[in-house]
Design a protein around this ligand. Structure first.
Ligand code: TYD
Length: 153
């Protein structure tokens, strides 16, 4: 069993209803299995280049849930202090990817389909695409929290 040690992340296990040779169903509901309301769904596929490394960014406000619904891939999670790599290869096991988490997606199998549920529509300004900028951003947020603010200023 995988254990998530980085901040703002956890494993999500969706129910799996098996119908034998007729297949299986897994379903995800807002605020039940998914800890936010889903506003956007996107999926990553066509991974001809298995050396592809995607992600390499963090989000300021966006929350996401990642499910590898076909094949396998590896998700790197970094909260600025702790780092870990998690293999996703089971369609009903996913990762909650909260705010302020630097993440990468790599080691894709060529049949990989990574399904992402997101808490908001696509907003370019919510991305932090530079790792040093990410470190500065989370340090600033931490300092503001220690001073008693909510870190939103
Ligand atoms: P990006 O989020 O950087 O992909 P990844 O994290 O998988 O590497 O997005 C890649 C491109 O796709 C970028 O030009 C923005 C576009 N895009 C959208 O237009 N809408 C979306 O919902 C997403 C996720 C990306």
């Amino acid at each position: 069993m995988i254990e998530i040690i980085v901040k703002n992340s956890k494993l999500i296990t969706l129910p799996r209803i098996d119908d034998g040779i007729d297949g299986s169903i897994s379903a995800a509901e807002n605020f039940n299995h998914i800890p936010f309301a889903v506003k956007r769904v996107y999926y990553i596929y066509n991974l001809i280049n298995q050396k592809a490394i995607r992600g390499k960014h963090a989000h300021k406000k966006l929350e996401q849930a990642l499910f590898c619904i076909n094949g396998a891939c590896e998700i790197g999670l970094d909260d600025g202090t702790l780092h870990q790599e998690i293999t996703l290869d089971t369609p009903n096991t996913g990762i909650y990817l909260g705010v302020e988490l630097w993440h990468t997606m790599k080691n894709f199998s060529n049949n990989c389909i990574l399904l992402v549920l997101a808490s908001d529509v696509y907003k370019k300004d919510d991305y932090i695409r530079d790792y040093d900028e990410f470190k500065k951003y989370i340090d600033l947020r931490r300092r503001r929290r220690v001073r008693g603010g909510n870190g939103n200023q």
